[in-house]
Design a protein around this ligand. Structure first.
Ligand SMILES: Cc1cc2nc3c(=O)[nH]c(=O)nc-3n(C[C@H](O)[C@H](O)[C@H](O)COP(=O)(O)OP(=O)(O)OC[C@H]3O[C@@H](n4cnc5c(N)ncnc54)[C@H](O)[C@@H]3O)c2cc1C
Length: 400
């Protein structure tokens, strides 16, 4: 990075590309630019390279990958686009969504081939609304592993500078209102960095209560489960230079955070045949519709909580997933060989729980239930496992 000294100089440094934010998005953008031989600076507000990416399950949705083809799945970007639009009620822009889907397969293969990050197709379960197995994840199925590998790739490149404790605070424009650089707050004061391209990868505004209240008032009082540094800085900076803003009302809910442990319970539990009951031992909706949509349902239940019930088969399939393994190690699951014992362990009315199991088994036989759920792969069989969950919200832009 070329340094400019001297009192009268306008710039402290000049780069080809600057990236604000060192989450998955920022690191991937920087690596892609560096591959073209460009000099790149990544400026990260916090001391760490984590972001929401580290908290995630590290699952990357992508169509038309060779990993899908190896599993006999031939899926087009158009099909992935249709699934997303159906799920988000056609709220995202078609062309933009298609463009993301078209590049998704290339992204996954590039990460494996060029960045040497091990990713495989998740075949244990499909996410709600996905017609095919489409998630690609590192072996541990953990975002922490993903971000660590991305950081390793970044630090191995001579033409990428990664600076932590460096908050991008302003965009600098020329007389034509074109962005030509950034201001960064560092421990040495404010630095002005000139760049040919500026990429804002600072995620959403979930940690900014004021913005959540302004744009998504219905979840203003819900718990935010995400990176505290994601305070909507890019939106504020963009608005200051008259950038147009859109799609600010989208958010991701989750109806299954293990209440005492603060860890997400994978929705694979549901998609593989598990179900959720409330404190009365009753089911209260179509869980397979999606963990985000179901968060609102959980919010309406007594105590604003629920219990996910699975069996040994599902447990065995999911034990290789890092978050799930951690929950098992923390003894978060109650386990039993009978419905009566399960009811007693969870302090649920046994007669209601028996009735629920009976109706679930009927749903498996008939292929649907009174809530319209059709995803019933098989009947649960003893041993049973159950975990208490509540809901939470994070904010991101597109639901894939
Ligand atoms: C619990 C959880 C599970 C999830 N699971 C999945 C999943 O399995 N699959 C999936 O596709 N999605 C998942 N998501 C969503 C996914 O994690 C995010 O959409 C994705 O990681 C966002 O990446 P990002 O780089 O945009 O943001 P982040 O990873 O959040 O990175 C943003 C970075 O910008 C930094 N920053 C903020 N402001 C500034 C500033 N002014 N200057 C410099 N730096 C700044 C932050 O400190 C942070 O490091 C999950 C989300 C959560 C919360």
């Amino acid at each position: 990075m070329e340094q400019y000294g001297g009192f009268n100089n306008m710039w402290d440094a000049e780069l080809d590309v600057v990236v604000a934010g060192a989450g998955g998005c920022g690191l991937v953008a920087a690596l892609a630019a560096a591959e073209k031989g460009l000099e790149v600076g990544i400026f990260e507000k916090t001391e760490f390279v984590l972001g929401n990416t580290a908290a995630s399950a590290g699952m990357i949705p992508a169509a038309n990958t060779r990993f899908q083809k190896e599993a006999g799945i031939f899926e087009t970007a158009e099909e992935m686009t249709e699934d997303i639009l159906k799920k988000n009620h056609y709220e995202s822009d078609y062309n933009l969504t298609l463009a993301v889907c078209k590049v998704s397969g290339y992204l996954v293969e590039w990460m494996v081939d060029s960045l040497q990050i091990q990713l495989s197709l998740v075949k244990e379960f499909k996410y709600p609304g996905q017609r095919n197995f489409r998630m690609h994840a590192p072996p541990s199925r953990s975002g922490l592993e993903l971000i660590k590998k991305l950081k390793q790739a970044v630090t191995s490149k001579d033409n990428i500078y990664l600076l932590v404790k460096s908050e991008v605070s302003e965009l600098i424009t020329n007389e034509n209102n074109e962005v030509i650089g950034i201001e960064v707050k560092t421990s040495d004061g404010v630095q002005r960095i000139k760049a040919k391209k500026v990429i804002l990868a600072t995620n959403g505004f979930g940690a900014n209560k004021e913005m959540v209240r302004k744009y998504i008032p219905e979840i203003a009082d819900a718990l935010y489960f995400g990176y505290e540094a994601n305070t909507g800085d890019a939106i504020r900076m963009g608005e200051k230079v008259d950038a147009s803003i859109a799609s600010l009302t989208g958010y991701q809910g989750h109806s299954a955070v293990a209440e005492s442990q603060g860890i997400l319970v994978t929705w694979g539990t549901i998609m593989m045949g598990g179900f959720m009951v409330n404190q009365n031992g009753d089911r209260f909706g179509d869980e397979s519709h999606g963990y985000s949509e179901f968060a609102i349902q959980v919010l309406k239940q007594p105590g604003q909580c629920g219990y996910i019930i699975i069996d040994q088969h599902i447990y065995d399939q999911l034990i290789s997933i890092e978050d799930f393994k951690q929950l098992v190690e923390m003894e978060a699951f109650k386990t039993s060989t009978s419905i009566d014992e399960l009811a007693s362990l969870l302090q649920l009315p046994a007669d209601h729980l028996h009735k629920t199991f009976k109706s679930v088994h009927k749903a498996v036989e008939e292929g649907t239930d009174s809530f319209g759920r059709t995803e019933w792969p098989r009947k649960l069989a003893s041993s049973y496992y159950a975990i208490k969950v509540s809901q939470l919200f994070s904010i991101r832009k597109v639901d894939c």
